[in-house]
Design a protein around this ligand. Sequence first.
Ligand SMILES: [Zn+2]
Length: 248
Amino acid sequence: MGGKTGLIKGFNRITDFEAYSKVCESFPKLCPRLVPSPLWGLSLANLARMEPRIASVISDNYPELVERISVYWMSLDRDGECQICGGKGNEIDEDWLYFVLDDRGKPVSITAEINAKINCRGLAYLRAFRLLCSSCHLAKHQGYAMIQGRKSEALEWLQKVNGLGSLDEADQLVGKALDIHSRLSDIGKWDLEIGRLEGMDEETRKSVQKLLNHMYSSGFRLDGVGYTTHRRLQIGLNSSPNRRPTPS
Ligand SMILES: [Zn+2]
């Protein structure tokens, strides 16, 4: 479990203001927090897979850091129980939370009135890593499941692990999460913050945070899942106007 850092430190109960907190009340075990589209591709998993020579394009200091992240990422325990369903855990999930801050840095509720043009900023906060089984991991990433043609499978599992009454109910709740995702994706300015993660020293934590913010602000994106997904979705959107961009 990560300790509170930076901007988050001032929040009493961080989940009170988290953008998905309301809809997550209906998903007691596993909540599909979709990644806002401006942040696609910016993950520790992608950094860990980044080639050092690509890192050197951003800065001379980064190849060594990327190497360190890669070693750290590979060292995470992938052998144990899924933290959600108790099944066989074998995949690492990044548990990011998303906040909207006003022009004084105070967290505000995500409501219909939120407008990116009135000085709101987004804050993405990596709270912890979780060991999940492949079914729970897919169910967490409903948007990814959709574009992989595995929506039913992901929805059924989400219903099952959360003990929801019907698939329709699960589908409607995912629709609410998609609405929040859409609002978050309208926010044009984001900060990324890394919480205190088990086994990661403070210097690495700060460096990773700096690298992700540097990549975000310079528009640099990894040619990973986020990027290719985005492209595929744009193609999909042309033929299916009702589908939303849902990267993860
Ligand atoms: Zn599971």
